[in-house]
Design a protein around this ligand. Structure first.
Ligand SMILES: [Fe+2]
Ligand SMILES: [Fe+2]
Length: 297
């Protein structure tokens, strides 16, 4: 079997670009010595918002860790197994750096699991269950579509938006996100490269994989929607930052929207539009037709 799809996805490439590349001289994903801004630690509204967001990141990354490690034994070829081994370490690192952020925000180790449970978005929990059921069945095609295309293809844009919003307000968190974004770009690239070939070889899988995409996309989009509706409004957060003298002008715009001034509805719309546009293109490249999610009754 040719392993051309793995050009740029082998362990040597991973070593050179990731641990010996953009992660060099980082400490838990950020620059050594960087700390959460004092304001976030002191203002209870901002702190709770930061904890709530980070909880979803930890849960999403725990799901990716369980899925990527489980998919190693489901992979039909050695090259994919080796790539998934690198992805497993990436996801374990993501779990670690975002868990570490919860501790930096004052969540004690003994409170970690309870904090995760109390802030967990139910749609994200359902998404993780759906993906891990597929992985447990050792369904490689459906598992890679669910993980590397739906979960990572969609979360990628959320990370980018969060990076833009935090670049000035919280450089420590922004730096943690930038390494994660670089990793996720590689994971999504693998998904596209590997799945396109498999769908061509197994066209009979197309329909059930598309159905799975529809169900999983619903839970991902519902997770993002809830993220904007829960907690303080983004303009309230911006106002608190402004009062504390944190200037974010200019740099926190993403997809033409000023993140500090946008309403939750505007943010949800621009994120949804961006995600779906890119996601449809990505699916088309691997030979799948996007299925619009149905609202569960
Ligand atoms: Fe990840
Ligand atoms: Fe990932």
């Amino acid at each position: 079997m040719t392993t051309d799809f793995l050009k740029g996805y082998d362990i040597q490439y991973w070593l050179e670009s990731c641990p010996q590349g953009y992660l060099m001289d980082t400490e838990y994903g950020h620059r050594p010595g960087e700390k959460e801004p004092e304001l976030v630690a002191q203002d209870p509204v901002l702190r709770e918002q930061a904890v709530r967001t980070t909880v979803q990141l930890v849960l999403g990354e725990r799901c990716a860790l369980a899925a990527s490690s489980g998919l190693i034994n489901a992979a039909p070829d050695e090259a994919s197994k080796r790539f998934l081994a690198t992805q497993t370490l990436d996801e374990a690192r993501h779990v670690e750096v975002f868990t570490r952020r919860l501790h930096d925000l004052g969540v004690k180790a003994s409170e970690l699991e309870d904090t995760l449970t109390s802030f967990a978005n139910p749609h994200l929990v359902r998404f993780a269950e759906t993906l891990l059921e597929v992985v447990d069945r050792k369904d490689f095609v459906a598992g890679v579509v669910g993980q590397n295309l739906v979960l990572e293809g969609m979360a990628f844009h959320v990370f980018e938006m969060m990076f833009a919003a935090n670049q000035q307000a919280n450089p420590k968190f922004a730096h943690t996100l930038s390494g994660t974004i670089a990793d996720e770009r590689r994971h999504v690239g693998f998904g596209e490269n590997r799945i396109g070939g498999l769908i061509r070889q197994q066209p009979e899988r197309k329909r059930d994989v598309e159905r799975l995409q529809r169900d999983m996309s619903y839970h991902m989009l519902a997770t993002f929607g809830a993220a904007f509706r829960e907690g303080p409004r983004p303009d309230e957060v911006a106002e608190r930052l402004r009062k504390a003298g944190v200037e974010r002008s200019g740099q926190d715009s993403w997809q033409g929207v000023q993140l500090g001034e946008a309403s939750p509805e505007e943010l949800e719309r621009v994120l949804g539009d961006t995600i779906l546009k890119e996601f449809k293109l990505r699916l088309a490249r691997v030979g799948l037709d996007y299925q619009t999610p149905l609202r569960p009754v």
